[in-house]
Design a binder for this molecule. Structure first.
Ligand SMILES: NC(=O)c1ccc[n+]([C@@H]2O[C@H](COP(=O)([O-])OP(=O)(O)OC[C@H]3O[C@@H](n4cnc5c(N)ncnc54)[C@H](OP(=O)(O)O)[C@@H]3O)[C@@H](O)[C@H]2O)c1
Length: 380
């Protein structure tokens, strides 16, 4: 395992950090954790050199922290740093923040959390956290030794990110980043801004939640033509670890084989490892993925609200995901939410209000019809 310096912090973190959001390995396939299996996965990762573990209050119906706590008994806690998070939705004042943190410490069976994150914030959530005094609370908890570092995880656009990261004295940030997200969310600009501030960056969704693990034919052909043979997973992690700003790349794993594969991959990855030819390959890979785009919707939402309640950007995003990454709409949580809420394309009455508002002049009505055929049209 390679270890990387955490920016300005006195910490050497493993390049591979274990994400604890996806231990749904129960035999029945439901959302409950197969606890024995999860504990064995966590300990296997730690025995293999992983020293950074990421969980959150809400993961796996609030059971992820409990399982991680159990996995860290028998001396494992002393070998790792633990990151967990506070969700804004669960706290409205200082007393509730205190109660939530104490509950997390109890579930994790530890007296301190290393990295404590405001969970999944954008500018709106950050303002809401400030209103209830969260930054001061985090500072106080640092002084009391209940947490070591004040951090946030981020889902929003670059402007929000640039504002938030410079609006407080953060110790670490966690962003979604991978070779397809260079201009999405915080993106490369956000990564470089954090680097310039010497704030370590932890990466989530390095494989886009697993979507980049299986390359479609036109992408696989590019990997196959390259003189050095590597799996799609290895290329994705290699591309990330090339960046010196990145402290740790989180990966959620469901199987022992995935842990072992990632331990092998991260054993050789260092900043600056990518050759110019490899960079060129990954640029071509990105283009090959993007060539599969069904519609160039940027989710600007000028078309919204649709008078019929159709979630136009949501449908186009699911349609593109299915084409680019082979996502199964039936297993796509976001898309299934649209189905449950009656926001799907079949409700379109072709009034044209959306097309008049679209700054890119997209043929929204016809595209919704096509998306309906390909994504969610009932059989028969
Ligand atoms: N703070 C936040 O807002 C937030 C949001 C998202 C994630 N996170 C954190 O970030 C962590 C990482 O995100 P993520 O789980 O989405 O990571 P990811 O690495 O993008 O995706 C994980 C998935 O990749 C697949 N995978 C991993 N290693 C593989 C391998 N060697 N070969 C083939 N497939 C492999 C597995 O997919 P299959 O399940 O299909 O096998 C796994 O479930 C999470 O676990 C969580 O701790 C935080």
């Amino acid at each position: 395992m390679k270890y990387r310096k955490f920016g300005k912090l006195d910490i050497e973190g493993s390049a591979f950090g274990l994400g604890c959001m996806r231990f749904n390995g129960a035999a029945s396939g439901d959302s409950t954790i197969d606890e024995k299996k999860a504990i064995s996965l966590i300990r296997r990762a730690i025995d293999g050199g992983v020293n950074y573990l990421d969980t959150a209050y809400v993961y796996l119906d609030k059971t992820s922290e409990i399982v991680l706590g159990k996995a860290l008994l028998d001396g494992y806690r002393n070998r790792v740093t633990v990151a967990t998070k506070m969700p804004k939705e669960a706290v409205h004042n200082r007393a509730e923040m205190q109660a939530l943190l104490d509950e997390e410490l109890k579930k994790l069976q530890t007296d301190h959390i290393d990295f404590y994150l405001m969970h999944g914030i954008n500018r709106e959530k950050w303002e809401a956290f400030k209103e209830i005094g969260a930054p001061e609370f985090f500072d106080d908890m640092k002084k009391e030794g209940k947490i070591r570092y004040k951090c946030f995880s981020f889902h929003g656009d670059y402007e929000d990110f640039a504002y938030i990261i410079q609006d407080s004295d953060w110790d670490m940030v966690q962003i979604q980043y991978n070779f397809m997200d260079i201009d999405h969310q915080a993106g490369t600009k956000g990564l470089e801004l954090a680097g310039s501030l010497r704030i370590p960056v932890v990466i989530m969704e390095g494989l886009l939640g697993g979507r980049l693990a299986n390359a479609p034919d036109n992408v696989q052909a590019l990997y196959d033509r390259f003189p050095v043979k590597r799996s799609a997973v290895e290329w994705a992690f290699r591309w990330l670890c090339d960046r010196p700003e990145i402290a740790t790349v989180l990966s959620g794993c469901n199987e022992t084989a995935q842990i072992d594969d990632n331990l092998r991959i991260f054993d050789s990855l260092e900043p600056g490892i990518m050759t110019p030819e490899e960079h060129h390959l990954m640029d071509e890979v990105r283009k090959a993925y993007l060539s599969r785009t069904k519609i160039g919707c940027t989710s600007c939402r000028y078309c919204m609200p649709c008078p019929q309640g159709v979630n136009i950007p949501g449908i186009f995003s699911a349609w593109n995901d299915a084409s680019l990454y082979g996502t199964d709409p039936k297993k796509d949580w976001g898309f299934q939410n649209l189905v449950r809420n009656g926001q799907t394309a079949d409700h379109c009455v072709a009034c044209g209000a959306c097309e008049a508002a679209c700054p890119q002049h997209l043929p929204i009505i016809d595209s919704l019809r096509q998306a309906w055929k390909e994504l969610d049209a009932p059989e028969g």
